[in-house]
Design a protein. Structure first.
Length: 694
């Protein structure tokens, strides 16, 4: 069915939101809207009617602009296909994204509409049954695919004869196979499609065709409604009683698609939370058995906590969200009240993704529950509050930093997830290129001096300093840290926390630390003149001082320290080096594709001698939240203070003079370091440009 096409013809006409062109014998309709709503479908119908009136019966619809397909759009495509076929023509679609291709497949629309140049990568969300040439038992199919052994099948059949359970259930319970491996094979056996649910594979506008209580009771989830056909996801697609009850309840014909019970229940919870006026919490079954909140002992006045916050649904929901965030590697959990609902978002790889929405009535109870966990005053809702929560899950203890801020519709709450087990506390695992790692180790080998880590918030500065302390840590050295707050606890190292409310500032603690006979001092952040001056004096008097500074580039640290009031002649003697860094997202391995770089790109980025060079990008898939990126790596620049730079600092240099020094010294910048990661197939030029702001 695939066809190649191309044309140099200019558009012959345009309708609102649709560009029309002639490509040989075909009429090419390029949609210009992100979704096929009622108005867009009406415009598409009008344009197709005009094409048919002009006897243009071979029509290609370009779906490149569509983010997704809903039930209305699917029905409009089928209507158009039927009208064109009656006139003796055909309709095809082009530039179909992976998840739109999945929607066409599971709804069966792809049986009537051919796709030009379909996506190359195999779907990770949909498995179609295909033709069943021979009927094999489930166990034989699993053996043929190498998923289980004959011995395991024999044992499972014996257990089945004693227990009466289904064979697949026994194999999963015995951990001989995972449910994700089992269900696609079972779908082939049952001759039904298999679907791994995600937010892009259902139409939110039609979920109220089945109320949440019945959806939960029957474990079914409505996906799309095309005319009088309702597609549902269910772990029991051949259950006649369930299908009959849904038909009676909705008045629609039913097409059942296989999905795991866990996926169905989780999707019911996420989807209905923004559509119902009841609690929306009964589907939070609570966190896994290995999840435990390390409760603080609360004062007596906490005994009057809101009744709703005491209820297990809220507790289960809070625990489940925290565990989900830890499992997905989120760095922050945002709980935000709006005018009509409470939104929960997770920051993963530096980008926020919506996790779920809840009724606004629940927001105050959720915040109250978190305040109790953080040992804070639940009655105080007018002022910001900060605290700490500890949870134990998967054998690890994870710290959560709590922060609340009163807003127009309630308290906005953010939890910073501090999972020591996810932290890169090994200097050799920071992802530095060899030249930068060697330079950083040279700086750390000095017995005294000031080392600064620079970059914006969330660029990994503190992690780099922790890795440095871990590298330097030994019984022979007295290492002291001053932090706000202490993020990761480390053995042997003496860690101190800033408490501004009682006057225990960075500068105040630093003065006293110098009387504690330290060898190495880590100052969480240099924020003011007093802290900067004391840190410089400490570096000049025989201490190795490590700290962070908010500047865009390593060389900018010099100007910032002088602007704070540090004397240039003191800074030139104290500063031994600056580490600049950013975090860039890496291309998702599940949907990575490659392409040949154009001559313009090769010339622009200094790769002129690499003809045919291939670069990578991600198409977007379920594993990466359709972003094309998954995980992050650091890009770095290391500035070592040589004699020439020290002389330059003494003269209180301008920014232009510092930049000229960088050019003369053939300095390898953050962007240059990022381009090397692009060339090695780890990330993209667009991502490096976004992060470095060039």
């Amino acid at each position: 069915m695939d066809e190649q096409f191309g044309s140099t013809d200019k558009p012959t006409e345009a309708s609102s939101g649709i560009s029309c062109s002639r490509i040989g014998v075909m009429t090419y309709l390029a949609l210009q809207f992100p979704v096929l709503d009622q108005a867009a479908c009406k415009r598409l119908s009008e344009v197709i009617d005009q094409c048919l009136q002009e006897r243009e019966k071979r029509i290609v619809v370009d779906l490149a602009s569509l983010r997704t397909l809903n039930s209305i759009g699917l029905g409009a495509i089928l209507d158009a296909v039927e009208r064109i076929i009656r006139e003796g023509g055909w309709l095809k679609v082009a530039n179909v994204s992976t998840h739109i291709r999945d929607i066409l497949d599971i709804t069966g629309v792809s049986d009537y509409v051919a796709t030009l140049n379909p996506p190359e990568e195999k779907s990770t969300s949909v498995v179609l049954p295909g033709a069943m040439l021979e009927k094999h038992r489930l166990g034989d199919r699993l053996i043929a695919r190498g998923l289980i052994t004959e011995a395991q099948l024999d044992n499972a059949l014996e257990l089945q004869s004693r227990s009466g359970k289904r064979l697949g259930q026994i194999l999963v319970e015995q951990n001989w196979i995972t449910e994700n491996d089992l269900l696609p094979v079972l779908a082939q056996q049952l001759q039904v499609p298999y679907l791994k649910l995600n937010p892009h594979l259902y139409d939110p506008a039609i979920i109220n065709n089945i109320d949440k209580h019945k959806a939960t009771q029957l474990c079914v989830f409505p996906l799309f409604k095309i005319r009088d056909l309702l597609l549902i996801a269910t772990p029991s697609p051949l259950s006649i009683p369930v299908n009959d009850e849904i038909e009676d309840h909705t008045g629609c014909k039913i097409k059942a698609i296989l999905a795991s019970r866990k996926d169905v229940l989780e999707t019911i919870n996420e989807a209905y939370s923004g559509h119902q006026n009841d609690f929306g919490l009964e589907l939070f079954d609570g966190a896994d058995d290995d999840f435990e909140v390390v409760e603080n002992i609360a004062p007596d006045d906490y005994a009057q906590i809101d009744e709703m916050a005491e209820g297990s649904p809220v507790i289960n929901m809070v625990n489940s969200v925290i565990q989900r965030a830890i499992r997905d590697g989120a760095s922050d959990i945002h709980i935000e009240p709006t005018k009509s609902k409470s939104r929960i978002r997770l920051r993963i790889d530096g980008v926020l993704y919506e996790f779920t929405t809840l009724n606004l009535d629940l927001h105050a109870s959720i915040v109250s529950r978190l305040k109790v966990m953080a040992n804070l005053d639940i009655a105080e809702r007018r002022l910001p509050q900060d605290g700490r929560i500890q949870v134990h899950t998967r054998g690890n203890q994870v710290d959560l930093r709590f922060s609340s801020l009163p807003g127009l519709f309630g308290e906005k709450t953010v939890l910073r997830v501090l999972d020591k087990n996810q932290a890169l506390l090994d200097l050799n695992k920071l992802g530095m290129l060899e030249r930068n790692l060697e330079a950083y180790k040279r700086l750390l080998s000095k017995s005294f001096g000031l080392i600064l880590a620079t970059g914006p918030t969330g660029s990994g500065k503190t992690t780099s300093l922790y890795a440095a302390l871990n590298y330097l840590n030994s019984m022979e050295k007295n290492i002291v840290t001053i932090e706000e707050p202490v993020e990761y606890q480390m053995d042997i190292i003496n860690q101190n926390e800033v408490k501004g409310n009682i006057g225990l500032t960075f500068a105040a603690i630093l003065k006293h630390v110098l009387r504690q006979d330290p060898d190495i001092i880590m100052v969480g952040e240099i924020r003011d003149r007093e802290t900067a001056e004391i840190a410089v004096q400490a570096a000049l008097t025989g201490h190795l001082v490590l700290s962070t500074l908010h500047t865009n580039h390593a060389i900018g640290a010099i100007s910032r320290m002088i602007d704070m009031g540090v004397e240039p002649y003191l800074l030139s003697s104290a500063l031994i080096g600056v580490l600049g860094q950013r975090l860039v997202r890496t291309v998702c391995p599940s949907c990575k594709t490659s392409y040949v770089a154009s001559p313009e790109i090769l010339q622009r980025y200094g790769w002129g001698d690499r003809n045919g060079m291939r670069l990578v990008q991600g198409r977007g898939c379920e594993a990466c939240y359709d972003s094309g990126y998954k995980g992050r790596i650091g890009i770095h620049e290391v500035l070592e203070a040589d004699a020439r730079l020290q002389d330059l600092i003494t003269a209180n240099p301008s920014r232009d003079e510092l930049e000229q020094y960088m050019r003369d010294s053939a300095y390898i910048s953050l962007f240059d370091d990022g381009l090397e990661r692009v060339a090695s197939g780890l990330t993209t030029i667009e991502e490096v440009s976004r992060v470095v702001n060039v």
